[in-house]
Design a protein around this ligand. Structure first.
Ligand code: BTN
Length: 259
């Protein structure tokens, strides 16, 4: 990927106006947090060719080999979300799915809260974290990782059965700079919707692209394993579950297992 070509392609108003590009970095999320503390502001994007300590949700590592994936973090400072990161996580996954579907012809889906799936396998994920600005206010860093050129043989054993990449699943080759461009454009459109108080439109599209609503699932959280039928996604992105005993429970994080 050529950083200059990438920068020249970005046409958005806000997201991607400033790009920090690295050949190698620990984690783009960690770098984005460092930048926010220095006063680097909203819309800045950190991109790297590889990550030596890429992080996934629940303290997992994110497999980030050189030249095979897309590893980026968007810095935002939304004034209305008051530290709530879940709608932003959904937004990150939705913009990724939109970009993939538009460019590759694949029908990628989203799996609550942060997975991007193709043909039932995970091709990407979103890790949203809160950071501090120089002024002491909150910023949110939205990390997106997509497996683009990863081949079957590249994946470590523990991921081989559940993970895939765009080039494994799609006949058409995608270039990462095009994928980043479209992804950031879609991110910006959805972010402006969110700022305009139209989170419900994002949730509606999310429901269409997700296989979760209406399904019987098991969800594993820090508090244990819960089972029931998903009746909806709340305005703040929370998963609403009607449990077997009839009680309604709302989740803001967790790992969904099929029921
Ligand atoms: C997950 O599904 O567990 C979330 C994965 C998020 C990975 C991305 S890659 C870019 C950014 N930097 C990181 O260290 N993690 C996120």
């Amino acid at each position: 990927m050529d950083a200059k070509v990438l920068k020249s392609k970005l046409r958005g108003l806000l997201i991607g106006k400033k790009i920090y590009y690295y050949k190698e970095i620990g984690s783009t999320n960690d770098e984005a947090k460092r930048l926010t503390r220095l006063g680097i502001g909203e819309g800045t994007v950190v991109v790297s060719e590889c990550q030596t300590s890429g992080r996934g949700k629940l303290g997992r590592t994110w497999f980030s080999p050189k030249g095979k994936g897309l590893y980026l973090t968007v810095i935002i400072q939304p004034f209305k979300t008051e530290g709530k990161t879940l709608p932003i996580t959904l937004l990150g996954a939705l913009s990724s799915a939109r970009a993939i579907n538009g460019l590759t012809g694949l029908s990628s889906r989203v799996k609550w809260p942060n997975d991007i799936m193709v043909n039932g396998k995970k091709v990407g994920g979103v890790l949203t974290e809160v950071s501090r600005t120089k002024k002491g206010t909150d910023a949110i860093v939205v990390g997106i990782g997509l497996n683009v050129y990863t081949e079957k043989k590249d994946f470590p054993e523990d991921l081989a059965a559940s993970a895939s990449s765009l080039s494994i699943e799609a006949a058409k080759k995608v270039t990462r700079s095009k994928l980043i461009k479209i992804l950031l454009e879609e991110f910006e459109k959805l972010y402006f919707l969110l700022l305009a108080g139209k989170a419900d439109q994002i949730i509606e599209e999310w429901k269409i692209l997700s296989d979760t609503v209406g399904h019987h699932i098991k969800i594993r959280t820090g508090a244990g394993l819960f089972e029931g039928r998903v009746t909806g996604i709340g305005r703040d992105g929370e998963l609403i579950l009607k449990m077997i005993d009839g009680r309604i429970k709302r989740f803001t994080s967790g790992d969904i297992e099929k029921g």
